[in-house]
Design a protein around this ligand. Structure first.
Ligand SMILES: [Fe+2]
Ligand SMILES: [Fe+2]
Length: 376
């Protein structure tokens, strides 16, 4: 049973830039997108609350950590998006062109105006993709309420549905009232969300969403929270992260129990799904739509960026996005099951170095900013 990269991700070479960029969203004006949700809704007549103490504790925690997106955030904050872009560049100590020698690149003739615009578009794009991903989480969690067989998990998942509604709401409001434009969903992200919703096995929703998508979101929000000087966004991310840490813990706790019963062949299917998800998420971070909007051919732009000496830092940033996913996969036994198949793949895409970082099984207690604010 050897599954090739081509079967899994549609190309033999994971880093084939041409093939990655050939996947684009060709229906940017669509307002509705329909995916077949192949699952059975499961009732359980076993109502014993707390049969799974870890999940019960998470549920109780979630009930007291709710916040209100309209009233708990300082929406009256004035946001000057261009000033934020310039402050970010100043904080990095590099200036807008990141201190790079641009001779021979498509940005050779760019001045401050174009680099500010790039920063603005990049932020519009990033937060738009976060918003779309949050809607993916909203749908997936509603699906988990129906499909998971355990009452404690149904209870907990229902609180996550509310959390995700709030996340979609606050990202949409931030985009509408503080930034300067939306982007449609990135095609790589859409493929991934479609695959997760489409899968009939209840544990695959968890693996795709709670472990992979939310694991990456938790790392990405953390990085952005550290970097942004904008107080409203900082607070928004801090609150969203409090919730996300619980969501990832929900995935880890649930799958830990379920994976114990699986055979090597079944584990291998989970590994393949995790790898496919990792590659889709890596692909989306190329931000190809931003280059298009800036009037630069994405392939030329990405190749030029990669040839610049600054690039290793960008690489590190992209790798850090996997800082939560890899230890959580390890905790679930996914790295080393089935002959270590996923360990090899994660080595190939240069993210295996995070395997011994903190996993997210318990981390949510430290990240609960809402409870800390209320007791302060
Ligand atoms: Fe979320
Ligand atoms: Fe979430």
């Amino acid at each position: 049973m050897s599954t090739s990269n081509k079967d899994l991700i549609g190309r033999e070479d994971v880093n084939d830039l041409e093939a990655i960029l050939a996947i684009t969203n060709s229906d940017v004006d669509e307002v509705m997108h329909t995916v077949k949700d192949n699952a059975e809704a499961i009732f359980t007549w076993d109502y014993e609350k707390g049969a799974r103490p870890g999940l019960n504790k998470l549920y109780e925690k979630a009930k007291t950590s709710q916040w209100n997106g309209e009233t708990d955030l300082p929406w009256d904050t004035e946001v000057d998006q261009e000033a934020v872009v310039m402050a970010n560049a100043a904080a990095a100590g590099t200036g807008l062109s990141q201190g790079m020698d641009l001779t021979g690149t498509p940005f050779e003739k760019w001045g401050d105006k174009e680099f500010v615009q790039l920063g603005v578009e990049s932020q519009n794009w990033t937060l738009s993709q976060f918003m779309h991903g949050e809607q993916g989480a909203l749908l997936c969690t509603a699906k988990i309420v129906e499909t998971v067989p355990w009452i404690d998990a149904k209870y907990y998942a229902s609180t996550q549905v509310m959390d995700e509604a709030r996340h979609v709401e606050v990202f949409a409001k931030y985009l509408d009232t503080k930034l300067s434009g939306h982007y449609p969903i990135n095609a790589h992200l859409r493929m991934l969300l479609d695959d997760i919703v489409n899968d009939s096995r209840w544990d695959m929703t968890y693996l795709g969403m709670q472990i992979m998508v939310e694991g990456l979101a938790l790392a990405a929000f953390g990085l952005m929270h550290t970097v942004t000087p904008e107080p409203l966004l900082k607070q928004l991310l801090r609150y969203v992260m409090s919730d996300e840490a619980r969501h990832v813990a929900f995935g880890v706790l649930s799958l830990q129990e379920y994976y114990r019963e699986l055979s090597d062949a079944e584990m291998r299917e989970r590994q393949e799904f995790a790898f496919e998800a990792a590659v889709r998420m890596r692909d989306r971070f190329l931000q190809q739509e931003v280059w298009e909007r800036m009037g630069v051919d994405p392939k030329t732009a990405i190749r030029a960026m990669r040839s610049l000496p600054q690039d290793p830092e960008q690489d590190l940033f992209n790798q850090l996005l996997f800082a939560k996913i890899v230890p959580n996969c390890k905790k679930l036994g996914l790295l080393d099951a089935a002959g270590g198949w996923l360990r090899e793949r994660f080595t190939e895409i240069s993210v295996i170095q995070f395997e011994d970082w903190v996993d997210t099984g318990e981390e949510y207690e430290n990240l609960d900013e809402v409870a800390k604010d209320r007791s302060a």
